[in-house]
Design a protein around this ligand. Structure first.
Ligand code: FES
Length: 521
């Protein structure tokens, strides 16, 4: 670890890098180079896929895992890594939408996930900086306090141990009231997943990196997965844990998932600042936790500034990605004794219409293909729940949460229906307005390290001029369903405002649902 030693320690480092990904072991896995046959093929090696792989292998199932990029290179490697059943303000809403039993099941499933993570860390001796911490919601306005009280009433109905407090908390800024769930946890997600991968390998699981799935076909009792390189995996079951389902043909997940980006900065501080993990109820959102470096250094991670991918709507800002990092950095500097800014990064999450993940059969006509998606920024427990449930479903075992998480669940309340309409109206707007926008700039207007939509030979073109002045030109039409992509100045990527596909400045796919790169010019 760098220990946060930077040339200009109080300025943002030039390139984004997740604090957790700095620690990634150098171990790499070869890509798939031949056809193969297996019991279960898992597509996507984040927390859900790796958890399912470990559980299945433990039960004697033959498992092969393919990952389009590197293990833990998706959202699991870019989270704030809180292991908690306190998912913001949620339980009152779940009671209203689903009822008391289902809300209680959700809490229990997340608590069970937390306990399972802890059990594996202990029994498999995974060294991943696991620390038990209280999870704390805080409010700074009368409206926020009201929300906390409503949520506490929901806790009481469900028997959740939670405590309201108006006493001065350890946060270095004024807080009106807090709501705490005790005995939750935080950890280092990449160390944890690497540990679980190692154990899964010992049980016979084979992992392939840089192996992206292109298509999937179910035929009687078999599933055929084709990779971008043309290799075929024949499996009895397929688990799609690729974040956004790459094979979304029948489930129409793109119309039921909202892609969200959020940001984090990690700052070095002189000593440990807090013993809890915090998140506010108001906007703009602020998620705060501590982390410990390998040499005992103390860090604070501040997350927030979320918005829909490729757009600027949720937190009422119209800011570039760089400005969002600056805002979080200013927040950290204002409230903590910042010695240096270690790193900063962003993550992509998918939110469902009703806040519960979709975990289960891909569609009503799929009996051998299962998926997990829509963890709504709480991927450590939701992802573990998904892995455990998928492993049961793949073995046709009973799991009490099957109906709760079923992607074909039917309970939907008026607000969710409105949300559905809003998501899709927004997509329709992007599809139309994007086509009529005519940029006036040309490539000559670009400075080094700048990207923009410009006109080239009378065609709209996505242009990025790199630090050496070299131009990289792409057709700015998303290869999923054709929306126009937007430039992301903080990550140097092209982001699609419709369903969240993201592409490098060279056009390579970074996040689905798109599977084909942008056309290069
Ligand atoms: Fe669907 Fe781009 S992600 S159109």
């Amino acid at each position: 670890m760098s220990g946060g030693i930077l040339m200009c320690p109080l300025e943002l480092p030039k390139f984004t890098k997740s604090y957790w990904r700095k620690e990634r072991s150098n171990k790499t896995y070869p890509p798939l180079t031949e056809n193969l046959t297996t019991d279960v093929c898992i597509i996507g090696a984040g927390i859900a896929g790796v958890t399912a792989a470990y559980v299945l292998a433990n039960e004697g199932v033959t498992v092969h895992v393919i990952e389009g990029s590197k293990i833990v290179s998706g959202t699991t490697g870019f989270t704030t890594a809180k292991i908690t059943a306190q998912h913001g303000v949620i339980y009152d809403e779940l009671i209203q939408t689903f009822g008391k039993n289902e809300a209680s099941q959700y809490f229990d499933a997340n608590q069970k996930a937390r306990e399972q993570i802890k059990k594996w860390i202990d029994s498999l001796s995974i060294d991943c900086d696991f620390e038990e911490r209280h999870a704390v919601l805080y409010a700074q306005t009368p409206q926020g306090v009201e929300q906390l009280h409503t949520e506490k009433a929901a806790y009481d109905q469900l028997g959740i141990l939670g405590e309201l407090s108006t006493s001065k908390e350890e946060l270095p800024f004024p807080v009106s009231e807090t709501l705490t769930i005790p005995d939750q946890a935080q950890f280092h997600p990449v160390k944890y997943i690497n540990g679980l991968v190692k154990e899964a390998q010992k049980l016979g699981v084979t992992f392939y990196e840089d192996t992206r799935a292109k298509s999937l076909r179910e035929d009687d009792d078999e599933v055929f997965i084709e990779t971008m390189e043309g290799h075929i995996i024949k499996a009895k079951q397929a688990l799609v844990t690729s974040h956004f389902p790459f094979n979304d043909k029948e489930g129409f997940y793109f119309s039921r998932l909202s892609p969200q980006r959020s940001y984090a900065v990690c700052v070095r501080v002189p000593s440990e600042q807090m013993t809890g993990m915090y998140i506010n109820v108001e906007k703009p959102s602020r998620s705060i936790r501590t982390a410990k470096g390998d040499k005992g250094e103390s860090y604070v991670i501040v997350g927030g500034e979320g918005h829909k991918t490729g757009q600027h709507d949720d937190d009422s800002h119209d800011e570039s990605t760089v400005q969002r990092y600056e805002t979080l950095t200013q927040f950290a500097k204002q409230h903590f004794q910042v010695e240096s800014i270690d790193t900063h990064w962003s993550a992509q999450d998918y939110e469902t219409l009703d806040r519960l993940p979709y975990i289960g059969e891909m569609s009503s006509s799929s009996s051998h293909v299962f998926l997990a998606t829509g963890f709504s920024k709480w991927g450590m427990t939701n992802g573990t729940t998904a892995g455990l449930l998928l492993a049961d479903l793949a073995q046709n075992k009973f799991n009490p949460c099957k109906d709760l998480y079923s992607p074909t669940r039917s309970k939907i309340k008026k607000e969710d229906a409105k949300h559905f309409v809003k998501i899709n109206a927004n997509v329709a707007k992007e599809l139309v307005t994007g086509k009529f926008d005519r940029p006036t700039d040309s490539v000559d207007d670009l400075k080094n390290d700048e990207g923009r939509i410009v006109m080239v030979d009378n065609h709209k073109t996505g242009a990025y001029k790199d630090k050496n002045g070299q131009l990289h030109l792409v057709k700015p039409t998303c290869t999923h369903l054709g929306c126009d992509v937007h430039w992301n100045d903080g990550e140097r990527t092209w982001d699609c405002p419709c369903h969240g596909s993201r592409f490098s400045y060279k056009g390579e796919v970074l996040e689905g649902p798109a599977v084909k790169p942008l056309e290069r010019k």
